[in-house]
Design a protein around this ligand. Structure first.
Ligand SMILES: Cc1cc2nc3c(=O)[nH]c(=O)nc-3n(C[C@H](O)[C@H](O)[C@H](O)COP(=O)(O)OP(=O)(O)OC[C@H]3O[C@@H](n4cnc5c(N)ncnc54)[C@H](O)[C@@H]3O)c2cc1C
Length: 415
């Protein structure tokens, strides 16, 4: 028997590599007919980077990504609010990496194929439903041409993203995704990085903001691939019909609001004008759930806990999920008990993290300030550095990357 993974995204492929490490047979079934380099930038926090290093992917991360150096918040008008070092600069044993999602995804795919064989990942295979029975699980798939087939397994791992079919079967009444009122327009542009070699920069507040950070090493001209997100809270909500990561958009839809966001050291109109493409995505998540497993089927990654990207934690937690599940399987085998161990460790804290991110996550710092300024305080009076420091410390603890805790904690899967 074997473990079946539905979904060949970051969660599914990292878990497949983990299965290889712990000696479990695994097959990944991916709905797309071809895995391509899609998406723009993501951040991998040190708790995920530790796991990727353990999977032997350090060289890949260094080749495609760039170590984060700084996290910097600015109020409207680019007024400085808060800066803090990140990754090894902040004393972590592991860096924080910024990478292009698509390039990282393809490196994971290469590693899976090299270690587990070309036939480990089956594309054009969409999971439609599953059946639990006494000794295993039956997974049903369909191809884009309508051909259907089934596979038997010890476990089915639903790594099928925010629109998960596995989760839909577990929670038939879950309804649609939850929209937080904002739209993100995302892109990457070739340009010089603002501030350090890799600063995460956020400018704005509740109503409007611009975020950018590099996702590639600098070239010989000092330029990088700068990932950016322009975010607005539109009055017209008709655009929120679908949460599709690949929905293209035109700059005219949002750029009027950013035309005067040229601060000298960071020029938003210039950055956006250099974009290789622009994609629109509504700020959506899903209500947290109390069970991630049903019989021998279990959820990981966005299928388990799609969250707002405020804390740059979606990919990080997807990686950590697969490692925690792998550790449980290593300890007790591919059994229902392993799923219970995994759930017991993660469901409660990640439920709290999803809700914390719904409440703006670390960007809540700016929102407190915006409320105080709106109530008549000067910007200087509205910024309380001690308050921000403890706010940020609490967030990192909740998201699993508090420095001292992480540095002192043994690896999830010990060698
Ligand atoms: C095309 C794409 C672009 C993205 N771009 C960004 C980005 O720019 N920035 C960002 O922060 N996050 C992005 N994300 C989301 C980000 O990758 C995830 O939040 C995070 O990495 C968690 O990954 P995941 O593997 O759980 O989910 P996902 O990355 O969503 O992967 C899920 C995978 O499952 C497949 N799938 C779906 N349904 C089925 C099914 N029924 N059967 C089999 N396979 C199925 C999907 O095709 C996909 O490959 C993107 C996701 C996708 C799919």
């Amino acid at each position: 028997m074997t473990i079946i993974v539905a979904g060949g995204g970051i969660a599914g492929l990292t878990f497949a590599l983990t299965c290889h490490e712990i000696g479990e047979e695994v097959h990944v079934y991916e709905a797309a007919s071809e895995i391509r380099s899609l998406g723009v930038g993501i951040n991998l926090q040190p708790n995920a980077v530790r796991e990727l290093y353990q999977l032997g992917l350090e060289t890949d991360l260094r080749e495609i990504g760039i170590e984060a150096e700084e996290w910097a918040l600015f109020f409207y008008g680019a007024h400085p609010v808060w800066t803090e070092p990140r990754g090894t600069q902040a004393g972590y044993n592991w860096p924080q990496f910024s990478v292009h999602r698509g390039q990282f995804h393809l490196r994971l795919l290469d590693a899976v194929r090299a270690r587990l064989g070309d036939d480990c990942v089956v594309s054009d295979a969409r999971l439609t439903r599953f059946e639990n029975h006494a000794s295993g699980v039956t997974a049903h798939f369909t191809t884009s041409k309508g051909k259907t087939f089934t596979q038997e397994a010890d476990l089915l791992v639903g790594a099928d993203g925010i629109h998960s079919s596995v989760r839909q079967q577990m929670y038939p009444n879950q309804g649609d995704v939850h929209w937080g009122g904002a739209i993100m327009w995302r892109g990457v542009s070739r340009c010089a990085p603002p501030r350090t070699r890799n600063s995460f920069v956020l400018i704005g507040g509740i109503k409007q903001r611009f975020i950018c950070y590099p996702v590639a090493p600098l070239d010989e001209n000092g330029e990088t691939t700068l990932n950016w997100i322009a975010e607005l809270r539109p009055a017209d909500v008709s655009a929120i019909d679908q949460s599709d990561w690949n929905k293209p958009a035109k700059p005219e839809v949002f750029m009027d609001e950013f035309l005067d966001w040229d601060f000298g050291w960071l020029n938003v109109p210039e950055i956006v004008s250099r974009a290789e493409g622009i994609w629109e995505f509504p700020m959506v998540d899903r209500d947290p759930i109390d069970r991630w497993a049903e019989g021998r089927a279990v959820l990981i990654g966005d299928a388990a806990h799609a969250m707002f990207p405020h804390g740059s934690g979606g990919a990080t937690q997807a990686i950590v999920d697969g490692r925690v599940l792998g550790a449980a399987i290593k300890a007790v085998g591919p059994t229902k008990t392993a799923l219970n161990v995994y759930e017991a460790r993660l469901v409660k804290p990640i439920k709290e993290l999803v809700l914390r991110n719904r409440g703006e996550g670390p960007m809540g710092v700016l929102f407190n300030i915006e409320e105080r300024v709106a109530a008549g305080h000067s910007l200087g009076d509205a910024i309380d550095e001690n308050e921000i420091a403890s706010f940020m410390a609490r967030y990192k603890e909740a998201a699993g990357f508090a420095r001292d805790t992480l540095n002192a904690t043994p690896a999830i899967i010990e060698g």
